[in-house]
Ligand binder design. Structure first.
Ligand SMILES: [Zn+2]
Length: 235
């Protein structure tokens, strides 16, 4: 056998090994991990959650609540599992979690019979300094995936946060309201785009709902047909 021949055979063997490896990858894909606890799961698990985490999340299956004329919906009660998901997305920048939270939100809307009720999703905006620090708005990311599921548009620039607020932690409901007052403005470019539309205002989390209420107050100025609110979790 000449050296050239041997090289040909080596290359062929490498090709075959490569192909065999690819075939094995198809048969046995890389393990994937629970988006909450990191345990190995297979890809058929709902929302990317293992059986333990999906059982321990506190799912809210109640009807939407109406407060001051706006529907409030949440997928879960905020606990340790829900917090882990939000924190991993926001602070550990695990952006793929947004896709799963959007799936959870889609199913919430389907179960509440609301999945066909909106024309546009408006995520609660971040203040620009925070946006620059984090590099992305987690709610806008969730909103884009959710909009794809519902076949509607997501308008992450429709609301602008014009003023920074002090941290809400430890503030009373009244103080929260005062802290957030006048914090949002509708982007002039969206004034006509949102007029007469059914808006779904979106956030990852809420405590008293002061932020949602303030956003809605601004959105009402441009005469939408309706404004409803959906969050992933609340206390
Ligand atoms: Zn898990």
């Amino acid at each position: 056998m000449t050296a050239a021949h041997k090289e040909d055979i080596d290359i062929n063997i490498r090709d075959i090994e490569d192909l065999a490896g690819k075939a094995l990858d198809l048969l046995y894909p890389d393990p994937i991990y629970c988006i909450c606890c990191g345990n190995v799961i297979d890809e058929t698990r709902t929302y990317g959650l293992c059986d333990h985490c999906i059982r321990h999340m506190v799912w809210d299956t109640s009807e939407p609540q109406v407060r001051d004329g706006m529907e409030f919906m949440r997928c879960c009660q905020y606990g340790i599992y829900e917090r882990t998901l939000i924190f991993s997305l926001k602070y550990n920048r695990k952006r793929y979690i947004a896709r799963h939270i959007a799936e959870i939100m889609r199913d919430k809307l389907i179960n509440a019979g609301r999945d066909g009720d909106y024309d546009v999703i408006v995520p609660v905006p971040l203040y620009k300094r925070k946006f620059r620090q984090r590099g992305f708005n987690q709610t806008a990311l969730i909103g884009k995936y959710l909009a794809d599921h519902l076949g509607v548009t997501c308008a992450p620039e429709a609301l602008i946060r014009v003023r920074e607020t002090r941290p809400m932690r430890g503030l009373s409901p009244k103080e929260r309201e005062e802290n957030i007052a006048g914090c949002f403005q509708v982007n002039e470019e969206y004034r006509h785009k949102l007029e007469g539309k059914r808006i779904l205002l979106l956030d990852d989390f809420y405590t008293t709902g002061a932020t949602a209420t303030e956003c809605r107050k601004e959105l009402e100025k441009i005469c939408p047909e309706s404004v409803s609110f959906l969050a992933f979790a609340s206390k």
